[in-house]
Design a protein around this ligand. Sequence first.
Ligand code: NAP
Length: 284
Amino acid sequence: MIRAQLLDGTKCASDITVQIAQTVAMMQGRKPAIAFILVGSNPASQTYVRMKKKACATTGINSYLLELNAAISSCDLLNQIDRLNKDPNIDGILVQLPLPTHIDEKHIMQAIEPTKDVDGFHPINMGKTLLGDLSARVPCTPLGIQTLLEHNKISVSGKHVVVVGRSNIVGKPLAAILVQKNPRCNATVTLCHSSSEHLSKHTSSADILIAAVGKPHFITQNMVRPGAIVVDVGINRIDGKIIGDVDFANVASVASWITPVPGGVGPMTIAMLLKNTLTCYQNL
Ligand code: NAP
């Protein structure tokens, strides 16, 4: 039995997208523009870039796709990034991950001009995010989770938020955002990972549980406190279906709020990419 209310990312993302489209429509002259760099032919990456380009098109943000051969050298890729960094008609640059194994992702991310870093993965933006500096480009998925909670009038202030997963793109920046000393944040954050002992003890003490593990149905009902709010970041492809990190059917019978997969955090991530692109344009 589903007891939980849905944290509807599709609806929230759609509202944000409409607002962005209205803002872009009122702009005189050049419209915001983002360049996507896709290296190789990873089908999931191709799908993600296609979805992001489609979202740009619905708002009037111009998008350009640079498709590069998987065998490209780091040097040639860096030259392409340098060209886009200097292009005054490009506001945002997104290098779709993962990159082929012969390319050092960290090195590539550091080459993107921080003011055009729509993903927020550059060390300068990561550092600013940690410091709570409002000029940071905040990584899209954590920003999307924060926005989705706020949109549903769920405050994290004073709450125990348990994040399972400490990746640089989700878990760590999310913990850094939610723990900031300001009324929008002020959470008490526990960040768990694969070496965490007694994981269930942590998860079942959460007021808000966020799963970013990358393992289908990893969070089961007995790991969730009745009435908790559950956010599922996971995207796992099983037999052509997308499955989250949370055992939705069973956890939804005890949680008070829960994100569906698909239709939860995924659309919010794309909406935040549009928002970050707009911010880059406005600040350029
Ligand atoms: P990741 O880099 O693979 O990180 C996974 C994290 O889970 C790691 O910190 C890992 O711990 C932890 N973990 C793995 N097994 C665990 C266990 N048994 N107990 C506790 N922690 C465990 O993944 P990611 O990039 O953060 O992505 C996580 C999931 O979110 C994936 O399914 C991904 O596809 C999805 N995702 C979705 C969106 C979206 O827009 N919806 C965006 C980004 C990612 P260690 O650090 O100790 O290895």
